[in-house]
Design a protein. Structure first.
Lengths: 225, 79
């Protein structure tokens, strides 16, 4: 499987995710944001970081990069796109996913491990997980408070487009297990065709025995299925 | 020509920064402060003499880049 990791000025998880992709035998290449042609790819990854120093709005300037029009074409053709953290913010600013990511409710930068419930497994990113399975992923963000209007929120729920929800160790999704104030505890969502996933937590940081868990392995294995 | 655009979070969107500023002002003794909303102010210098045209351009800029219309509103101010 061929993958491309897009690198923006200020990306800082691009190498981490490349290490993860290589570990699972993806044929990966790094693509600079200023390129006009996206190399042939099955999967495009928008990595975490602070593209353009979060100027104007998180992900906003990066979403106007030259490479984005090719990424939108890739999406239209049904190609897979994974946006992690800042990558999720870029996908939203590019209009590829609905809603918006606001500042965390408590105004703090959050860097810690959280529990997530896999709320949809009928998508190319979660095939390797079991529904309602609880995993532990790290988060590291300041703007992860997912916000969307009521009707879109309802349609995300109805169409099973929410892939991950923040929960506690027992899988209960409540206010106490919601780190940033996201609507309905949302941590990751899919587009309606389910070929695009954006999530705030970092699966690439939990793929090795030396990491705090290996729960992120499922995403990379799912992509290869 | 200089035109400015002001971008604010929509009324029903939580503005935590504005809330903190408001609370701090109250703590500083400004008991008559009711509420504060924090926004962004852009001053745009355009190579354009026609006011209507300039307004149109800034309107487009505001929609395409300066504002996230899901959560923000904007107003354009001609000088």
């Amino acid at each position: 499987m061929k993958s491309s990791v897009i690198v923006f000025p200020g990306s800082n998880c691009d190498r981490d995710v490349a290490v993860a992709l290589n570990k699972f035998k993806f044929i990966n290449q790094m693509v600079w944001h200023d390129e006009t042609n996206l190399p042939k790819s099955d999967l495009v990854v928008l990595p975490g970081g602070f593209s353009y120093g979060d100027y104007l709005r998180t992900g906003c300037i990066a979403s106007k990069s030259r490479i984005i029009s090719d990424i939108i074409q890739h999406a239209k053709k049904g190609g897979l796109i994974l946006g992690i953290c800042n990558g999720f913010q870029i996908l939203i600013e590019a209009g590829l996913l609905p809603g918006s990511l606001l500042r965390n409710k408590n105004l703090r930068f959050l860097s810690k491990n959280v529990f997530l419930k896999i709320t949809d497994v009928k998508n190319q990113f979660c095939l390797d997980y079991k529904k309602d399975h609880v995993v532990e992923f790290p988060i590291a963000h300041n703007e992860g408070n997912y916000f969307v209007d009521k009707s879109t929120l309802n349609s995300l729920e109805d169409q099973n487009l929410i892939a991950f929800k923040y929960c506690n160790e027992k899988g209960i999704t409540d206010e106490d297990s919601n780190p940033n104030g996201s609507s309905n505890n949302i941590a990751g969502i899919l587009n309606s065709k389910k070929n695009i996933l954006g999530l705030m937590p970092h699966p690439e940081r939990v793929i090795d025995p030396l990491h705090s868990s290996q729960d992120g392995v499922g995403i990379f294995k799912s992509l290869l299925k | 020509m200089k035109i400015s655009a002001t971008v604010f979070l929509k009324k029903d969107v939580l503005d935590p920064q504005g809330k903190v500023v408001s609370q701090t002002l109250k703590n500083m003794g400004y008991k008559n402060v009711i509420n504060v909303r924090q926004g962004k102010f852009f001053e745009i210098e355009l190579n354009e003499t026609n006011k209507e045209k300039a307004k149109e351009i800034v309107d487009e800029i505001s929609k395409k880049l300066l504002t996230n219309t899901i959560i923000e509103d904007y107003t354009i101010n001609l000088k």
